[in-house]
Design a binder for this molecule. Structure first.
Ligand SMILES: [Mg+2]
Length: 209
């Protein structure tokens, strides 16, 4: 019998990212990243006060993931929750990184004790979620992500999947409204774990309005 499936994002779900990225920008680039704004591009040059253009931000993000992933820390309770969920379900990490970063992410998560299949993706997560569910033959599935755009994508492409919106960084969470296309918004793992296990016990695989 196939087991249920948890498909989880990594950054700001399993691992803290933005706070460590902000620290690195501050220390090494004199850049202020206003996390509390809830905007991922709210960055300014401390020396001039000028807003950083997107074509400067993306290379900085690439450099962070290439050379500074070791700065990232586990979200409290994530490891314990994955252990409980792993007793009854399969787990796949679906992370939006270039394919060249796959090995870095595998090594990074293994260093935190997380050893599950890791899938890299670019763009909306609906199509890869649909593909993973079909490949695994899962009878029920839960998807977790901090970005509303991915919940909309999964709702469109894989409507039978339960969708949990989690923003694990408290400095960011206060500024981020609940994703309209998610079934629930829970920002801490102990509560999220109960919600996920409940969904696996009580549902049939069908469209979730
Ligand atoms: Mg994320």
């Amino acid at each position: 019998m196939t087991r249920p499936l948890l498909i989880t994002d990594c950054d700001e779900v399993l691992l803290h990212m933005v706070a460590h990225f902000a620290d690195w920008l501050d220390q090494e680039h004199d850049v202020h990243f206003d996390i509390e704004s809830g905007q991922f591009d709210a960055m300014s040059d401390r020396r001039t006060g000028e807003t950083l253009p997107v074509d400067v931000i993306w290379p900085l993000l690439d450099t962070f993931f290439r050379d500074h992933m070791h700065r990232q820390t586990l979200v409290p309770g994530a490891l314990e929750a994955l252990a409980r969920i792993g007793d009854v379900a399969d787990i796949v990490v679906l992370t939006n990184l270039g394919d060249d970063a796959h090995g870095w992410r595998v090594e990074q998560l293994a260093g935190h004790g997380i050893r599950h299949e890791i899938v890299c993706n670019q763009g909306g997560k609906g199509p890869p979620v649909k593909a993973i569910v079909e490949r695994r033959g899962a009878t029920d599935a839960v998807f977790i992500d901090d970005l509303a755009v991915h919940h909309s994508s999964v709702a469109r492409h894989a409507p039978g999947v339960w969708r949990l919106h989690m923003v694990a960084e408290p400095r960011l969470a206060a500024a981020v409204p609940p994703a309209e296309d998610a079934h629930a918004r829970i920002d801490d793992w102990p509560s999220a774990c109960e919600w996920i296990l409940d969904k696996f016990q009580s549902t049939k695989f069908e469209s979730k309005p």
